[in-house]
Design a protein around this ligand. Structure first.
Ligand code: ARG
Length: 573
């Protein structure tokens, strides 16, 4: 049997009374304050307006016809015409019994699964991944995991920046200054050095400028030597990126870099010109948006006056390819906020070009990571922070804390815990803020065992696990429970578990992972209150069994929720 979440059941009951109301308008949301109830339907007001009816009167009519006695202990009309539902403890218990026996764990799979392409991470070849790519990688991965958990089909594609003018400069550096030994040691650092070397002379030196242009043209024309160098740069870069992805537990179904679309670019430009959507302007080919106020001042270049296509052209070709190959219902792009204009232009051009295509295009953008000085996060010497270094540092710092707490633990075990905690802390601190605001990076805050942090949640998980270790020592296993839920702390925890699925849906509705972070933080808090007020191992018989089973469900949701954020757990900390 498919799991139906309790808010869905209530929703359907309301719809039975109002059969011609639209499905969406009566969705139930968790009450912000449980003083008033557990779930609230506030859509009646909109419906009453549509029907030119008094909202309170409509609410009263609904209440008269509504039959939820098996699920709710009370339904009340509040304010201008909300309905507040309070769940019956028996109904809550039944949901827990179902979860304990099935594997749905409070999540109802999407009734209409959709196909998604998620475009994220997308670093640039020959450059180390920087903090901008961090956020894309972490958030994109969490989005992909959430989509999969709700039963959608997800295709992840890493749109690597492996083409463009930077290769002109890189090729000069590669041919004149390459230090092979340094390249072996750390390819991205060496390539970064070569780039900077040439770049520093570039602006002031017309000879270098000319050379860079020539090298680029040779590469574009398929010159064997330049192609070989370029391929090596890509291969080395991908190998380095993969090391990071492995540490982060991130994987991609496809890694189709920008260069993959080169053969399509001329055709895209031609198609847009033929369709009358693009025209020549000062030697370049341009799309204008006269009719769109916010884009009016920002026409998009799709071919420069030297005949080269660019980022926009490539993204148009990519979209056409994805449509033909993957048939997605939606394409989600995860990048920093500075690319908002690019994606507005891209989506607008694409819709004009393919007016009958209904693929939803979403740009999920995020703000910057700031240093302690509130300026973009950089090293002391003003360099971009490198993701690999950041992860090392996080693990090292976590190792110090773990060692302080468990000096007698074998080092390999402490290292493993530090890895899970360090990487979890970096990820969580990135997912917790509202994605569109900038946040200040702080080691102390993210690694703290108190507060809304990954280590706090991971620690809560180890506490749950330790209950089971002790229980096992005493010979107890959680068996089928009845969930009497006699204590308020048990009820509060149980009701929170019931909201897990709806939380995941909330994450997807706005692509905001922080909703899940806050849900898990509340879960850990409610668990702590339960743990302090309701003896588990010291209780007896069915009560002990019930509490062990509640503990188990809380542990499963906590572990799974962290996993959806891409964060691992350990048995001990
Ligand atoms: N490589 C780009 C960057 O580092 C991000 C690419 C995002 N994806 C896309 N389809 N444009 O800024």
């Amino acid at each position: 049997m498919l799991h139906t979440a309790i808010e869905q059941r209530l929703h359907l009951r309301v719809l039975e009374v109002l059969p011609d109301a639209s499905l969406d308008c009566l969705r139930l949301r968790p009450c912000a304050d449980t003083k008033f109830g557990d779930y609230q339907a506030n859509g009646l007001m909109t419906l009453a307006k549509e029907r030119k009816q008094n909202p309170r009167q409509l609410a009263e009519e609904v209440l008269l016809g509504l039959d939820v006695a098996d699920l709710c202990s009370s339904v009340e009309i509040a304010g201008a015409g909300f309905l507040n539902f309070r769940l019956k403890t028996e109904a809550v218990a039944q949901m827990l019994v179902d979860a304990q026996q099935g594997d749905a764990l409070f999540v109802a799979p999407a009734s209409h699964p959709r196909r998604f392409v998620v475009d994220f991470s997308s670093p640039n070849v020959a450059k180390p991944m920087h903090v901008g790519h961090i956020r894309s990688t972490i958030l994109g991965d969490a989005i992909a995991r959430t989509l999969r958990r709700l039963g959608h089909t997800v295709i992840t594609d890493n749109h690597i920046g492996d083409w463009g003018t930077q290769f002109g400069k890189l090729l000069i550096g590669w041919k004149t200054d390459l230090d092979r030994a340094a390249l072996d040691r750390d390819p991205l650092v060496e390539m970064g050095r070569l780039y900077k070397l040439v770049n520093a002379r570039f602006e002031a030196d017309d000879v270098i400028k000319g050379q860079a242009r020539q090298e680029l043209v040779k590469l574009q024309d398929g010159d064997a030597e330049n192609l070989a160098c370029w391929r090596e740069m890509i291969e080395l870069s991908l190998r380095e990126f993969d090391k990071i992805y492995q540490r982060l537990g991130v994987r991609f179904d496809h890694v189709l870099g920008e260069s993959f679309y080169n053969p399509q670019l001329k055709g895209v430009v031609q198609a847009l010109v033929d369709a009358g959507l693009a025209r020549e302007s000062e030697g370049a080919i341009v799309v204008f948006f006269e009719d769109i106020p916010e884009l009016k001042e920002n026409p998009a270049l799709i071919q420069k006056n030297d005949g080269a296509a660019n980022y926009t052209t490539t993204d148009l070709a990519t979209l056409a390819y994805r449509r033909e190959t993957f048939h997605p219902d939606e394409v989600v792009y995860v990048t920093d906020g500075r690319q908002q204009l690019h994606f507005k232009q891209l989506f607008t051009i694409y819709h004009r070009w393919q007016p009958s295509d209904t693929t939803v295009l979403s740009h999920v953008w995020f703000g910057m990571i700031l240093g302690p000085d509130n300026k973009p996060f950089k090293t002391r010497t003003g360099e971009n922070i490198e993701l690999g270094w950041l992860l090392n540092e996080a693990e090292e710092r976590a190792f110090t804390t773990v060692t302080e707490k468990n000096p007698e633990m074998p080092e390999s075990e402490r290292r493993e815990i530090a890895r899970v905690v360090g990487i979890g802390a970096v990820k969580y601190s990135d997912l917790l803020p509202n994605r569109q605001s900038d946040y200040v990076f702080s080691w102390d805050k993210m690694l703290a065992l108190q507060g809304n942090t990954a280590p706090y949640l991971q620690y809560a998980y180890t506490r749950i696990r330790s209950v089971f270790r002790k229980a096992a020592e005493l010979g107890w296993q959680p068996g089928a429970a009845r969930f009497a839920l006699a204590m308020p702390e048990e009820i509060a925890l149980a009701k929170h578990l019931l909201r897990y699925g709806q939380t995941l849906e909330g994450v997807l509705s706005e692509y905001r992972a922080n909703y899940l972070c806050n849900y898990l933080y509340d879960l850990a808090g409610l668990f702590a209150r339960f743990y302090e007020n309701c003896p588990i191992l010291k209780s007896e018989g069915e009560e002990r069994n019930d509490r062990l089973a509640l503990c188990e469900l809380a542990g499963r949701v906590l572990k799974e929720g962290l996993n959806i954020l891409g964060i691992e757990t350990t048995e001990k900390m």
